[in-house]
Design a protein around this ligand. Structure first.
Ligand SMILES: Cc1cc2nc3c(=O)[nH]c(=O)nc-3n(C[C@H](O)[C@H](O)[C@H](O)COP(=O)(O)OP(=O)(O)OC[C@H]3O[C@@H](n4cnc5c(N)ncnc54)[C@H](O)[C@@H]3O)c2cc1C
Length: 576
């Protein structure tokens, strides 16, 4: 039997969303934060370019303009009430971080500096606006350090290198999670009145990705396996500027500072695709443009990559405003971006979908928006939905902080009001069964080989351009990979830091989540935001202005749909 811990509130994930939630609860209730990584190694720490908020420090700006850009950027699949809330609260959230001590870059007169980012405009699309608040190109690192310091000050109880493998629901209420402790292989059960999933994204489904090894979508898959649906999973963002072949991100901030994308002929090809915003068009539009240029033989050396040209920028800009990016390029490519352009290609970056929630982070389990009591989600794991079919740069950091904060505050109300829920019988049974099945399996398949096939095939068949033939081929491939997965052999039979076992578990999550992307994409026979169907190139509002809900059932996937919340902005043709 697993060791049992009891906390009023348990947060799964020590990234920006989890720590912002923790800051609201710390010192006010009995709180634990579980994280499979040390919190300060969470992916939030890699965010470079900035956090969007209409502070208006450099030029006129308003939360309404930010909301409009978010809605249009998301190709009108955004829930507009949530986007309004997010863009309004973004301003006080940034000041909140400043007051906690976050060292933002500054203007000469001492205010928080702001720069341009893709899709962020003034006066409802007229021209780019400087809205991204940044700390050089280490914004996420500074956010994570600042929040972690606040948590340490408040003596938050961290369980580091505890990997959650199951969520417990009893009588429709979330009552706890089961985690495996990496150091011992022991199972631990965390009994709680309120749970917050803040476990990040799932970019590792794809071969070329900006995401680290840990981003395997655990929280999404764990909830999915327990009957919680996932929303809008067919929309997966490819960021235009990953380092060629590696996927490591070069922030959009580089283009915000004046960087230009060029093709084989040295042309600024975005002039043809986005005459107003050029290289600062939203990511879906630029990534598609790059694929089209490559198909026309205009990639560098006729291949599928391009040049990000920063050579015309002052060396001081690179070294003061983009120091990490400059360093990465020098280290990984042996190129000095002051003198030579950087080879880049689209890289899998961000799932717009996730666990459905309301604006207080409460998890919703159906198209009627029924709340799962005691269960919350925030950050990249969740879908509020403020990103719709395509997220704008800088809007994830806003999302994780605004909704992490709102979720934390709502959880506090709940833990003060709620009684202790009972645990289900044999609470660690399902987790134990999954782990033992892997630990004792005698098949011949290797998890690494299956993962490689999955990532390569998802890249080929379900990335920037899609069609029914390729997607259905991917569906068939997933069925085959599922069968092979049953034969995975974990050679390490030990308990201590059995990373082979943990990675095999994560592979199971990746397969489940790839299926949510592919099944949603097959059904959605239109093109919208990051989901581009070559066989259905138009957006079809009459049929498809709705959110997808994907359920995993014993009989296979089931899809249902729910309406998009529209307040001020009626869908229009999306031009930049
Ligand atoms: C290279 C890069 C640059 C980016 N730049 C920007 C930017 O400039 N602006 C912007 O707005 N967005 C940016 N983004 C996106 C943004 O950084 C992320 O979407 C956001 O930080 C995610 O925060 P999170 O708290 O939801 O998740 P994360 O920071 O990924 O944290 C997830 C946490 O969950 C834990 N966890 C995961 N699984 C488990 C499990 N099974 N059990 C226990 N714990 C678990 C992890 O240990 C981690 O602590 C960038 C992303 C990347 C990859």
């Amino acid at each position: 039997m697993a060791e049992i811990h009891r906390y009023d509130a348990v947060i799964i994930g020590g990234g920006g969303a989890g720590l912002m939630g923790a800051v609201q609860l710390a010192g006010k209730c009995n709180l634990a934060v579980l994280s499979k990584l040390y919190p300060i190694r969470s992916h939030t720490g890699t965010a470079q370019g900035g956090i969007g908020a209409a502070l208006g420090n450099m030029e006129e700006d308003h939360p309404e303009w930010h909301t409009f850009d978010t809605v249009k950027g998301g190709d009108y699949l955004v829930d507009q009430d949530a986007a309004e809330m997010m863009c309004r609260e973004a301003v006080e959230t940034v000041y909140d971080l400043e007051h906690m001590g976050l060292p933002f870059s500054r203007t000469e007169d001492g205010r928080i500096a702001q720069r341009r980012f893709g899709g962020h405009t003034k006066e409802f699309g007229k021209a780019p606006v400087r809205r991204s608040c940044y700390a050089a190109d280490r914004t996420g690192h500074m956010i994570l350090q600042t929040l972690y310091q606040q948590c340490i000050k408040q003596q938050v109880h961290f369980f580091d290198e505890f990997q959650v493998v199951d969520v417990l629901l009893e009588n429709g209420r979330a009552v706890g999670v089961v985690a495996i402790q990496a150091a011992t292989g022991e199972l631990h059960l965390f009994h709680a009145k309120a749970l917050l999933f803040a476990s990040g994204g799932c970019g590792r489904i794809y071969q070329i990705t900006s995401n680290g090894h840990a981003l395997t979508g655990d929280g999404m898959a764990i909830c999915l396996r327990r009957g919680i649906p996932l929303e809008d999973m067919e929309f997966f963002q490819f960021h235009p500027t990953g380092i060629y072949k590696m996927g490591i991100l070069i922030t959009e901030g580089a283009r915000g500072e004046g960087g230009i994308l060029r093709n084989r002929k040295g042309e600024r090809f975005m002039q043809r695709y986005s005459p107003t915003l050029l290289d600062l068009a939203p990511r879906d539009i630029i990534s598609r443009a790059m694929y089209l240029e490559a198909r026309n033989g205009l990639g560098i050396d006729g291949k599928n990559y391009f040049h990000l040209d920063l050579t015309h920028l002052d060396r001081k800009i690179l070294e003061e405003k983009l120091p990490d990016v400059t360093d990465f390029v020098r280290t990984y490519l042996g190129i000095d971006p002051v003198k030579e352009p950087i080879p880049v290609q689209p890289t899998a970056h961000y799932p717009m979908g996730g666990i459905p929630t309301d604006m207080d982070g409460r998890v919703l389990c159906d198209e009627k928006n029924t709340v799962v009591p005691g269960m919350y989600a925030a950050g990249e794991v969740a879908c509020v939905s403020v990103h719709g079919a395509n997220r704008l740069g800088t809007n994830s950091l806003v999302d994780i902080l605004v909704f992490g904060r709102r979720a934390g505050r709502d959880m506090l109300k709940l833990v003060n009001a709620a009684d202790w829920p009972p645990l289900p019988p044999e609470p660690d049974g399902f987790a134990r069964q999954q782990i033992e099945a892997l630990r004792t399996a005698s098949g011949k398949e290797s998890a690494a080989a299956i993962r490689e096939t999955l990532q390569n095939d998802m890249m080929d068949k379900a990335s920037v351009f899609r069609d029914a033939t390729q997607l259905k081929a991917m569906q068939a491939k997933l069925a085959e990979l599922r069968e092979r997965y049953k034969q995975v052999r974990v050679r390490d039979r030990g308990s201590v830091f059995n990373t082979e076992l943990l990675e095999a578990l994560e592979l199971g999550y990746l397969i489940d989540l790839a299926e949510t992307i592919v099944v949603g994409a097959v059904a959605r026979d239109e093109s919208r935001g990051a989901h581009y169907r070559e066989d259905f190139p138009q957006r079809d509002d009459a049929q498809w202005l709705k959110h997808t809900l994907f359920y995993q059932t014993d009989k296979g996937p089931r899809l249902t749909y729910k309406p998009v919340v529209i307040t001020k902005y009626q869908p229009q043709e999306r031009k930049y």
